[in-house]
Design a protein around this ligand. Structure first.
Ligand SMILES: C[S@@+](CC[C@H](N)C(=O)[O-])C[C@H]1O[C@@H](n2cnc3c(N)ncnc32)[C@H](O)[C@@H]1O
Length: 675
C-alpha cells in the first residue's frame, strides 16, 4: 500500500467521522488497514475503499482497530510499584484540607488503568476515602472502549494482575464476572476527550498518559505535551511510562524518574522558556575594562609560553577586545602572524569561523561575569583540505588572583570529526528510536491480536460447549424417540391383533345374524321384534303371511301405530302394558280376521328382552292355531256322537280353505297407522 493510498483512507475518515489521524505514525496505521483488508478479503486498497463507502460499519471497525485499545490492570508492574511507593503517598499527604485529589488518565481504553490508580489512591487514603473528594477523570476517543470501562465489569482472566487483597476489597462478583465496588466507580469519571483537539482537564495533581504518545508523530507529541503542561497544577506529576520516548518531555517538564518517564511540572514562567539561572554572586567584583598591554600580571611570560605551544588555536584579548596573544596554531589556522594581529581589536580582524555574536555579545556576558563561558560554532576552509572544518570556539574570562577580569581567552577546537560522529550518533539514535517505536507498536498490536485470539478462543470454546450440550440433548431426544417408537410399534401390533379379532368377531356376528334371521324368517309363527320405543326391528315371513304386511313395510314402524287386522287395538294395548311392566304375556285363542276373510285363531306371546335390568325391547310371537281349534271343536263334536277323535294334522299338511295364508301381496291400506 502506498503512502498516498493510506492518505486517501485517512482523509475519508477525517471527512466522514471527523477524526484526524494525520499526525499519527503511518507504519502503525498502515498495518491496521492491511489487517482489515485481510479480514475482509480485499485484494486491493481500491476494493477496500469501495467497501468502506458502501458499508459504513466497516469504517467504525477500522477506526477502532486504529485506536488499539490494549490495556490491563497494573500494566507494567514496576511502574505501578513506583507509583504506589513514591508518588501516591505524597499525593495523599500533601493535599491541602478540603482540596480534592484530581487525576487524569488520558487514553484510558477499557478503564483498567483508571481503576488501578483509583484503587491505589483509595488504599493510601484508607478510612479517609469517605471524606475525600477523589476524582479520577478517565478519557478516551474510543466510545466502544469507554462503554466497557463505564460498566466496570471484568472477567477472571482480566483480573489476574490484581492482587488478592485488592480483589477482595474492591470487586464484587456479578453474573458476567467481577464488578468494581461503587466507592471506586463513583470516583472514576469516564468521558470522551480527543487529546488532539479537545480542551484538557485542568488543575490536576497527577496525569497518566501511557502508550498513547507512541502512536503520535513528533509534532503531535509536542502539541499534546504543552496541553498537559497547562493542565497540571504547580509541582504536579506527569507519568508517561517507559514505552514513551519523547525527548521534548524533559525540556518542558522536570524529569523525576527518567526510566519510567515520571516528570514534574517545572517552576517556569511561560511554557518553553529557559529555566531561570542563579543571579551572579553578590560578591562578584565589578568587571574591569583594562588590559593595558601584553605584560599583564595575568598573562605573564610563563602563561604566554604555555599558551603559545598549546596544540589548539588560542587568542587572548584585553577586556576591551584588543588582541594580546596569538599563538602559533591560531596563526596557522587563520594565516596571520602575531605581529599582524596583536594590538588590534579582535572584532575588526574579521576572522572566518569566529562569529560576531561571540566576539561582541557573548564576550560581554563573560566579561561582565554573567556567564562563566560562552561557545559559538563556526566553519573554516583549511588550505589543502577538501570541504570546511567545523570550529567550536569557547570564550572564558582571564582573572587575576583577586578574581578581577583582566582579559578574555578564546580557544578554538576543530570539532569536524566530533560533529561527524555526533551526526552518525544522532542518525543511529533516530534509527534506534524508530526501531524501538516499531517494536513497541508491534508489541502493542501483538498484544491486541493476542487478546482478540483469546477472545475468539473463548467464544469458540463456549460455542463448542453449546454444541456439545445440544448434541447431548439431541441424543437424549433421540433415545426418547426410539423408546416412543418401540412403544408405538408394540401398540400397533396390539391394535393389529385387536383388529384381526374384531374382524373375525364381526364375521362371526354376521354369520350369527344370518343364522338368526334365517331361523326367525323360517319359523311358522309370526315373529315381531321391537326396540324399547316400540319400533319394529324384525318381521319374519310368517308375520308377513299372518299379519298381512311385507317386511320392508313393517321395519322401522311403531308397532303401536300399525293398523294390522290381526292385532286389534286392545290386544296391542295389552302387549304394550305388559312389556312396559317387564312382564311376559301369553294370550291363547286370540280371534282375528284372516287376510283371506273369515276368522282365525291364534296364540299371542309377548316376551320383554331384558339384559340384567336393562330393557332392550320385546319379542312378540303370533302363532296361528285356527286348524288346531277347528280340530279341537271337531273332536268334541265327534266325542259327543261317540266317534273316534280326528288326528291332528301334520304341521305341513294341506291348508284348509279357512286357514289359507294370503297369496296376494299385502295392501298398503292396511298399513294405515292407528290414531
Ligand atoms: C494502547 S491504549 C493505552 C491504554 C492505557 N493507557 C494503557 O496503557 O494501558 C491507547 C488508547 O489511546 C486512545 N487514543 C488514541 N488516540 C487518542 C486521542 N487522540 N485522544 C484520546 N485517546 C486516544 C485509544 O483509543 C486507545 O484506547
Amino acid at each position: 500500500m502506498s503512502d498516498a493510498q493510506l492518505e486517501t483512507i485517512l482523509e475519508h475518515i477525517r471527512l466522514s467521522r471527523r477524526f484526524d489521524f494525520r499526525n499519527y505514525k503511518r507504519a502503525t496505521l498502515k498495518r491496521r488497514v492491511e489487517r482489515r483488508m485481510i479480514a475482509r478479503k480485499c485484494k486491493t486498497l481500491k476494493e477496500y475503499l469501495d467497501l468502506l463507502v458502501v458499508e459504513p460499519p466497516e469504517l467504525e471497525v477500522l477506526i477502532c482497530e486504529m485506536f488499539i485499545n490494549v490495556t490491563a490492570f497494573f500494566r507494567d508492574e514496576e511502574l505501578w510499584r513506583t507509583l504506589e511507593r513514591n508518588v501516591i503517598p505524597g499525593l495523599v499527604r500533601d493535599r491541602r484540607p478540603h482540596q480534592e485529589i484530581r487525576v487524569w488518565c488520558a487514553g484510558c481504553a477499557t478503564g483498567q488503568e483508571a481503576y488501578s490508580i483509583a484503587m491505589l489512591i483509595a488504599e493510601a487514603l484508607g478510612p479517609e476515602l469517605k471524606g475525600t473528594e477523589l476524582k479520577v477523570f478517565a478519557t478516551d476517543v474510543d466510545l466502544r472502549a469507554l462503554s466497557v470501562a463505564r460498566r466496570g465489569i471484568y472477567n477472571e482472566h482480566q483480573l489476574e494482575p490484581v492482587s488478592l487483597p485488592l480483589r477482595e476489597r474492591w470487586f464484587v462478583p456479578v453474573a458476567e464476572g467481577f464488578q468494581l465496588r461503587k466507592e471506586i466507580r463513583r470516583s472514576v469519571v469516564f468521558g470522551i476527550n480527543n487529546l488532539v483537539s479537545d480542551a484538557p482537564i485542568s488543575r490536576l495533581d497527577l496525569l497518566i498518559c501511557r502508550n498513547v504518545f507512541i502512536y503520535f508523530d513528533a509534532e503531535l507529541q509536542t502539541r499534546v505535551l504543552s496541553r498537559f503542561h497547562y493542565a497540571l497544577r504547580r509541582d504536579a506529576l506527569l507519568v508517561l511510562g517507559k514505552s514513551e520516548l519523547i525527548p521534548q518531555a524533559a525540556e518542558i517538564f522536570q524529569p523525576l524518574d527518567l526510566a519510567r518517564r515520571i516528570y514534574r511540572k517545572q517552576h517556569i514562567e511561560g511554557m518553553l522558556s529557559v529555566p531561570e539561572r542563579d543571579p551572579p554572586p553578590a560578591h562578584s567584583p565589578p568587571p574591569t575594562t583594562a588590559l593595558p598591554n601584553q605584560e599583564t600580571p595575568v598573562l605573564n611570560q610563563i602563561h604566554r609560553d604555555v599558551l603559545s605551544v598549546l596544540p589548539v588555536p588560542v587568542i587572548a584579548t584585553a577586556p576591551d577586545g584588543t588582541v594580546a596573544l596569538w599563538n602559533k596554531c591560531a596563526a596557522a589556522l587563520w594565516g596571520k602572524t602575531e605581529a599582524q594581529v596583536v594590538g588590534k581589536k579582535l572584532a575588526g580582524l574579521g576572522l572566518v569561523g569566529l562569529s560576531g555574536d561571540l566576539v561582541v555579545k557573548k564576550s560581554v556576558r563573560v566579561r561582565e561575569g554573567r556567564s562563566e563561558s560562552e561557545v559559538s560554532e563556526g566553519a573554516i576552509r583549511v588550505p589543502g583540505q577538501s570541504g570546511s572544518n567545523a570550529l567550536s570556539i569557547e570564550v572564558t574570562a582571564l582573572k587575576d588572583g583577586g578574581r578581577v577580569v583582566v582579559g578574555l581567552l578564546y580557544v578554538a577546537h576543530d570539532v569536524t570529526i566530533m560533529r561527524g560522529l555526533q551526526g552518525d550518533l544522532k542518525q543511529a539514535n533516530e534509527n534506534l528510536t524508530g526501531s524501538s517505536d516499531k517494536l513497541r507498536t508491534s508489541n502493542e498490536e501483538l498484544q491486541s491480536s493476542n487478546q482478540e485470539l483469546e477472545t475468539t478462543n473463548e467464544e469458540l470454546q463456549s460455542a463448542n460447549e453449546e454444541l456439545q450440550t445440544t448434541n447431548e440433548e439431541l441424543q437424549s431426544t433421540n433415545e426418547e424417540l426410539e423408546t416412543t417408537n418401540e412403544e408405538l410399534q408394540s401398540a400397533n401390533e396390539e391394535l393389529d391383533a385387536t383388529n384381526r379379532e374384531l374382524a373375525s368377531r364381526t364375521e362371526e356376528m354376521h354369520r350369527l345374524a344370518l343364522y338368526q334371521r334365517t331361523i326367525i324368517r323360517s319359523l311358522s309363527a309370526a315373529v315381531v321384534v321391537i326396540d324399547t320405543a316400540g319400533r319394529i326391528t324384525a318381521w319374519n315371513l310368517a308375520a308377513e303371511r299372518l299379519l298381512g304386511l311385507a317386511e320392508s313395510e313393517a321395519l322401522g314402524q311403531f308397532l303401536w301405530n300399525l293398523h294390522v287386522p290381526a292385532l286389534n287395538r286392545s290386544l296391542v294395548a295389552n302387549v304394550r302394558k305388559s312389556i312396559a311392566a317387564k312382564r311376559a304375556l301369553r294370550i291363547d285363542d286370540v280371534r282375528y280376521e284372516l287376510a283371506t276373510g273369515g276368522e282365525g285363531h291364534a296364540t299371542l306371546a309377548a316376551v320383554p328382552l331384558i339384559d340384567g335390568t336393562v330393557v332392550l325391547g320385546a319379542v312378540i310371537l303370533f302363532e296361528d292355531t285356527t286348524r288346531a281349534s277347528l280340530l279341537g271343536s271337531e273332536n268334541l263334536r265327534l266325542k259327543a256322537h261317540g266317534q273316534k277323535p280326528a288326528k291332528a294334522p301334520a304341521p305341513q299338511a294341506k291348508k284348509s280353505a279357512k286357514t289359507k295364508t294370503p297369496k296376494k301381496k299385502p295392501m298398503a291400506a292396511r298399513r294405515k297407522p292407528r290414531r
